[in-house]
Design a protein around this ligand. Structure first.
Ligand code: ZN
Length: 410
């Protein structure tokens, strides 16, 4: 393989954070007639840059293969909708947005967030590359352009007079292979006193809590405050505030402005988080490279648990079919030899099979029919909610396996 370079600073990459082997695209659920066909697998190897400390995957898969038709509709999650509505109320208030303002969301999905600006009569525009979700946004009354955002698109928007008071992006920054061109576009469409906000999973939470299953091909970069500040600074933007959120296992919401806009000083919260990352060793390469051994040990522990269960003649099922489950199962080599089937509440997935492992997906009632002895919870971040929902399975003696942060039997 050719040598790989940092997508931000072009330094040659030499240090591995974790190598999860070969894995299929985690959202490519298979229909029954696809099971006998060849299935593409791509490397899932994460690097860290020695110079800027950006944690990243190479662009093993072209972004168009992943995002042109996207199965994820943000509006399916009521918790996420509430999060969006609260954000809109807060920003409208803080930035005093009104009928003369203009808001742009990058990767606006099905209009899950911008609909709340529409309700308040605040002009807005969604930028969304996946045509199928953009269509859902338009049906909801949210003006949406089907296009990839980068420096050139930004110039076209500016020339068309589409300058924004607020530019936002939720869970998109990680999914951009050419992060420089994307971030360079932001100041171009931002009014002189405008605000940029982005939400993304915080690398510190991933490393601290062993969330290696949040690594998949769709996520090209994994940001700390340290690395994101460096990228924004290079493109003339200053991160002036930050919030820590519960979403996606622990996220950051950063607030940025033009570096030349002196009206808002860098907040105490930014200074405090910078200090915390520094104290945790985020400017030392070993902080990143030691992750690999912890991930391997988690695999060994989980397999031990499953092997013991099978030797004792137990039946094991899964609960949930989230994208992250596919990273975990493929990395650990867990197929139908351990997990007979999994169940999920999303009807789109019923009758389909998990990519790579070919574990079948059924409606939740299948658990009551087959009464497995063990249930492996794949969306472990929701384990309390799921164990409460499945409390009745205790009646036949079922136990739960939670794989992360450490494989545990509950
Ligand atoms: Zn770099």
């Amino acid at each position: 393989m050719n040598s790989v370079v940092c997508r931000f600073c072009s330094t040659k990459l030499e240090d591995t954070v974790v190598d999860l082997g070969m894995s299929p695209l985690c959202e490519s659920y298979l229909a029954a007639d696809q099971l006998d066909r060849m299935e593409p697998f791509y490397p899932l190897k994460v690097w860290v840059c020695r110079k800027c400390y950006l944690v990243q995957l190479s662009e093993y898969v072209k972004v168009e293969e992943i995002f042109n038709e996207y199965a994820y509709f943000s509006s399916f999650s009521s918790a996420w909708l509430k999060h969006a509505e609260e954000y809109v109320a807060k920003m409208t208030d803080q930035l005093e947005l009104g009928p003369k303002s203009f808001v742009v969301e990058l990767a606006s999905n099905d209009g899950y967030l911008l609909q709340y600006f529409v309700q308040r009569n605040i002009p807005c525009l969604g930028i969304e590359p996946a045509a199928n979700v953009a269509k859902a946004a338009r049906e909801r009354g949210v003006t949406t352009e089907v296009v990839y955002f980068h420096e050139q698109t930004a110039k076209e928007m500016r020339d068309a007079g589409k300058m924004a008071d607020l530019v936002l992006g939720n869970n998109v920054l990680a999914q951009i292979p050419d992060v420089n061109s994307f971030v360079a576009g932001l100041p171009i469409i931002l009014k002189p006193t405008g605000t940029v906000t982005f939400e993304f999973p915080h690398l510190m939470r991933m490393l601290d809590e062993n969330q290696f299953d949040t690594i998949y091909h769709e996520h090209f970069s994994y940001f700390s405050l340290l690395s994101v500040e460096a990228i924004f600074a290079k493109h003339g933007l200053t991160v002036f505030d930050v919030e820590e959120l519960w979403t996606h296992g622990g996220s950051l919401r950063i607030f940025a402005r033009h570096a030349s806009d002196q009206s808002r000083p860098v907040s105490q919260r930014v200074l405090e988080l910078r200090k915390r990352e520094d104290a945790a060793g985020y400017k030392k390469i070993e902080t990143y490279t030691r992750f690999d051994e912890r991930v391997k040990e988690t695999k060994r522990k989980l397999l031990e648990l499953l092997i013991d269960a099978k030797r004792a003649g137990k039946r094991i099922a899964g609960y949930g079919a989230p994208g992250k489950g596919n990273t975990l199962l493929n990395y650990c080599g867990i197929r139908t030899d351990f997990i007979e089937f999994t169940v999920d509440r999303n009807p789109y997935k019923h009758g389909r099979f998990l990519p790579g492992t070919h574990i079948p997906i059924f409606p939740p009632e299948k658990l009551d029919e087959l009464k497995p002895d063990y249930i492996l919870i794949l969306p472990w971040n929701l384990k309390d909610e799921i164990m409460a929902q499945l409390a009745h399975t205790r009646s036949w003696g079922a136990k739960f396996i939670v794989p992360i942060p450490e494989a545990t039997l509950l």
